[in-house]
Design a protein around this ligand. Sequence first.
Ligand code: PEP
Ligand code: MN
Length: 338
Amino acid sequence: MIIVIRPNTPRPQVDEVIAEVQKLGYDPRPIFGTEQTVVAAIGDERTHHTLMSLNALPQVEKVIPVQKRHKLVSRESQDGDTVVDVDGVKIGGNSPFCIMAGPCSVESEEQLLSTARAVKAAGATILRGGAFKPRTSPYEFQGLGSEGLRLLSLAKKETGLKIITEVLSERHVDEVASHADILQIGARNSQNFQLLIEAARTGKPILLKRGLSQKIEEWLLGAEYLLAHGNGKVMFCERGIRTFETYTRNTLDLAAVAVAKKESHLPVIVDPSQGAGRADLVRALCKGAVAMGADGLLIEVHPHPAEALSDGQQQVDFAGFQALVKDLQPLLGAVGRK
Ligand code: PEP
Ligand code: MN
């Protein structure tokens, strides 16, 4: 950390800062300029007590951190990309581009199984479907809960697809983990740190959505929680953020995909469905995601979107899904992916 002292501070007050830095376990290296003095504090900011408290001293102008706080998530901590192995399906690095698809919510056996068969035939390897749904209104469909998990397991047994489903609460972590191959942490829970810790504990792969108004650094630190609690099988998922725009439900931030790929060794997935909230834009956003270097997609697919119990306006039907996967092939070739 660098501590910048206010101009013309008398020496005794500078010494006071130096003593404080030492007290907090850092090695102080003052640099005396003609007008201003800075104190470089040598030591690991992430394992030592923070020096931010020095901002409280009147002679301190500002405290500037030098190290990144997302230590384990950062590219500096590891050579090469992390490849997450989802029970045999590999995601990240040079692995084939991964398509996760299925309904927003699990609604019935017929709905889920017909969708599972359709998305598998079109090229998906992972089936999505919410059993526990985070709905804005308590009067909206909340998901089938445990019955939804049972149906996901049934679909897995029949098709061989791996399962991703959201875990909403610490209370449900073990139950969801006993059915899911990937635990989805939703946008509304991306900074629910106790839930992150419990999810990490299962050892299951985790897909961490970006929060509705979450800065990229906060998203990286959310993943840092998972790694710091012993689970390295983590994937980021950009799903759009809240902006002033009203043409789309959210603003899909493809720049965040490029930033996450640059900053971190973890795979990055894009969800174009929550990303725009419009089925007619899903195909274009998928193409953008491939071009931006994403490692996979999470797409909502429903047999009859108009009859869906949640997010009907953004789900594509079987024909639409098949056409969009086909459309991605030349682009995947162009970026050197299968
Ligand atoms: C979903 O995937 O259906 C969902 C609720 O996602 P998010 O948490 O991104 O809103
Ligand atoms: Mn949804």
